[in-house]
Design a protein around this ligand. Structure first.
Ligand SMILES: [Zn+2]
Length: 80
């Protein structure tokens, strides 16, 4: 007996997912904006999901470090 294939996964602007985290009592909510959060309580989970976009912004990425200023350099001498 074979395991039936999983149905195609929906994609889209309004798709929200809830995953049961195997081996735990936790649920992972995934918003359509890409935000993810773990919850113990499904009510809190749905309040968070449906409250989009409150608190869904991913942590601010660290400021990209500016590239070091280019120092003019003598062209490498090519051995003859
Ligand atoms: Zn969101």
């Amino acid at each position: 007996m074979s395991i039936p294939e999983a149905p195609p996964v929906l994609r889209g602007e309004r798709v929200q997912r809830v995953h049961w985290v195997l081996g735990t009592d936790q649920l992972r909510a995934v918003c359509h904006c890409g935000a993810e959060r773990l919850f113990d309580d499904p009510i809190e989970l749905w309040e968070w999901l449906l409250g989009h976009p409150d608190d869904h912004r991913p942590a601010e990425p660290p400021e990209p470090t500016p590239p070091p200023p280019r120092t003019p350099r003598e062209p490498a001498s090519v051995p003859a």
